[in-house]
Design a protein around this ligand. Structure first.
Ligand code: GYE
Length: 330
């Protein structure tokens, strides 16, 4: 934090100096003139992809929020590939956008490109997913959910749901994209919660890449290899929805023969919960657009946003899903 303030202070001093310099220094330093008009701001956003209902809702919310704020948005879809995101970020640097925002598909491997943005003097905002870097001066803030807490909430529901069962509880975990912050953290939070009772056994854990097709395919294979599974913990709704198809195809009843707990609470997931095919959902809000706009405005005004902005979230049982569905935005 100190480092960050230091960097900002140094930057501000340079700008102040540039501002005092005679006109002969040229017109290069527009920022010296103070904040830009918001209608002149350009933000480059490098999205992960379109892998899930959550992502679709997130993209729409970001695009709508920028339209509403009258700030120009350059948007790219990396199709879940880090190399594509890096290319997009490099192109935003070349285009000299005012702010770069992105949702890192995986946690590691960003330092080089983020240093390029830093050298170009372009602030970077992380939305939704975090990076794993020892240098936190490479981004201004991380705006998104507490994924460890989400995993814990899922695990705590499982503890309660099976509190009277003395037999082992066999669990399949459908992991998100390998190396992605929500996959790593949701696994960690869940494991943390259930470790207090050895009757909970994660008999298999595999990635379904946050997609419905992935969830279906992995569940099909894992059900064959692991008879007598009690519960599926899916890192997002879409993989849970894929699991429902696989469970039904195996002649079993989702929500009864095999219970399902997921994370996200997008409409299709909430519908399955209302229908009793999913048993519990931990909410993860994709509505990050308005907060991102706030951060962009703060940066433009020379203010320092909080280093970590955490999204507030709840959980849903079947009754709560039935109640929430009619007014659910996404
Ligand atoms: O849970 C999942 C999406 O990063 C929080 O990514 C996001 C996750 C979300 O594909 O559905």
């Amino acid at each position: 934090m100190k480092k960050l303030i230091g960097a900002f202070a140094a930057g501000a001093m340079l700008l102040a100096l540039a501002g005092c310099a005679p006109a002969a220094t040229g017109s290069g330093d527009a920022a010296a003139a103070g904040p830009k008009a918001e209608s002149d701001l350009v933000v480059g956003f490098a999205q992960v992809g379109a892998e899930s209902g959550w992502r679709t809702a997130n993209t729409k919310d970001i695009q709508d929020s920028f339209k509403e704020a009258g700030i120009q948005l350059k948007f790219s879809d990396a199709q879940q590939k880090q190399e594509n995101q890096i290319k997009a970020i490099r192109s935003y640097i070349q285009q000299k956008v005012d702010v770069i925002a992105f949702s890192p598909v995986v946690e590691t491997g960003w330092d080089a490109v983020l240093n390029e943005a830093k050298d170009a003097g372009i602030p970077v905002v992380l939305t939704d997913r975090a990076v794993d870097s020892s240098d936190d001066s490479l981004y201004v803030t991380f705006l998104g959910s507490d994924f460890v807490l989400e995993g814990q909430k899922a695990g705590e529901w499982v503890l309660e749901e099976y509190k009277d069962q003395t037999e082992p509880v066999k669990i399949i975990q459908l992991e998100g994209t390998t190396g992605a912050a929500p996959a790593i953290d949701r696994a960690e939070g869940f494991a943390e919660a259930i470790k207090s009772d050895p009757k909970f056994e994660v008999v298999a854990s595999q990635t379904g890449d946050f997609t419905r097709a992935g969830g279906k395919q992995v569940t099909e294979a894992l059900l064959k290899a692991n008879p007598g599974v009690n519960l599926i913990y899916a890192h997002n709704d879409d993989m849970g929805l894929g699991a429902i198809e696989a469970i039904e195809a195996a002649g079993l009843v989702p929500g009864k023969d095999i219970k399902i707990v997921t994370v996200d609470a997008v409409k299709d997931g909430m519908q399955a919960l209302a229908d009793g095919k999913i048993n519990f959902i931990v909410e993860c809000s994709p509505l990050l657009g308005k907060q991102l706009i706030e951060v962009v405005k703060q940066i433009n005004n020379g203010e320092t946003p909080e280093k970590r902005i955490v999204t507030e979230e709840t959980t849903f049982t079947q009754e709560q899903a039935i109640e929430a569905l009619p007014t659910r935005q996404y």
